[in-house]
Write a protein that binds this ligand. Structure first.
Ligand code: SF4
Ligand code: SF4
Ligand code: SF4
Length: 296
């Protein structure tokens, strides 16, 4: 391997990549859940003006990159960024930036704290080595804005709906709004107080919160909040939609345990440069799922 290639490998580990133009590098920066403070943004702007060409590139994964930095300026730029509270990102076969939508901090439809979860995942795994690149995303609800199902591990907020008979006007709207037709109406066998019941079928319910958001009488309420955990999603040359690892995990710590086991399994069984989802296809989803779920 030439010195230049060796440099490229070493620099890649700290989020720096050679550009098409060999005299220039891309500096990939660290941001969790796409959040940066005003101080960090000012610092990035300064460094981009001083060492790049005065602009930044926003990546598809909520990352910020400074392009057109010369190799001799990389270290000075890195130190200035660090002084402004900006750390370097990641390239190569390791855990990349953790992506998250705003979640329930600011989005009215969010049912989980996506940013807190992204921060925890970042602290535990960011830049740790894996057989190939490894991406994680957290989405606050079934709208899945942060595309959890296109990631090696995706976590999606979910709710379990609870019907409140006293509030229901029997309008029937929820049955037609439910995207998977999980809601049905039953007669209650002559009970004059509750002559009918609306029920959500647990097996077919996708825990999406359409009923709890749109019932005009607030007769569907959030019973419990939880997480759907997905594994093996990827884009790239051979895209693969993520597989559901576990539906409706209610304990946040169980989510972290599943993530830990999934990454450990991948590290143990994944071939070099083989994406997690492709390893799952090689070994078999049922086997992988059984091992990961069995160890939690
Ligand atoms: S996934 Fe849900 S919580 Fe997140 S931004 Fe979209 S609508 Fe809001
Ligand atoms: S939409 Fe609400 S009020 Fe109408 S039938 Fe369903 S639960 Fe009852
Ligand atoms: S949570 Fe979604 S899938 Fe489940 S019953 Fe309500 S609307 Fe249907």
């Amino acid at each position: 391997m030439s010195d230049l290639e060796l440099d490229a490998v070493a620099l890649g580990k700290v989020g720096m990549m050679r550009q098409t133009q060999p005299e220039f590098y891309v500096m990939r920066l660290h941001a969790v859940a796409g959040d940066l403070t005003a101080r960090q943004i000012r610092c990035i702007a300064r460094v981009a003006a001083r060492y790049g060409r005065g602009s930044v590139h926003l990546s598809t994964r909520q990352g910020v990159e400074i392009h057109y930095v010369r190799q001799e300026d990389l270290e000075k730029a890195r130190l200035e960024l660090l002084e402004g509270g900006v750390e370097m990102g990641a390239c190569g076969p390791r855990v990349r930036l953790i992506v998250a939508c705003p979640g329930n901090e600011t989005c009215r439809q969010g049912v989980i704290d996506t940013k807190a979860m992204a921060k925890t995942l970042d602290e535990r795994y960011f830049k740790t080595e894996t057989p190939s690149k490894f991406k994680m995303s957290v989405a606050g609800c079934s709208n899945n804005c942060s595309k959890a199902t296109e990631n090696d591990i995706g976590i999606r907020g979910a709710i379990e709906p609870e019907w409140v008979p006293a509030s229901c006007s029997d309008c029937g709207l929820c049955m037609s709004l439910c995207p998977v037709r999980a809601i049905s109406r039953r007669e209650s066998g002559g009970n004059p107080e509750t002559p009918f019941r609306y029920e959500a079928d647990e097996a077919s319910c996708i825990n999406c919160s359409t009923c709890t958001s749109l019932c005009p009488s607030d007769a569907w309420r959030v019973g419990k909040r939880g997480y759907h955990v997905y594994i093996g999603g990827t884009m790239g040359r051979v895209p693969r939609f993520a597989s559901l690892l576990k539906k409706f995990v209610t304990d946040e710590d169980d989510v972290y345990r599943l993530v830990e086991e999934a990454i450990a399994f991948y590290r143990q069984h994944g071939n070099k440069k083989e994406r997690f989802g492709h390893m799952i296809d090689r070994i078999g989803l049922d086997t992988v799922r059984e091992v990961i779920l069995g160890s939690v």
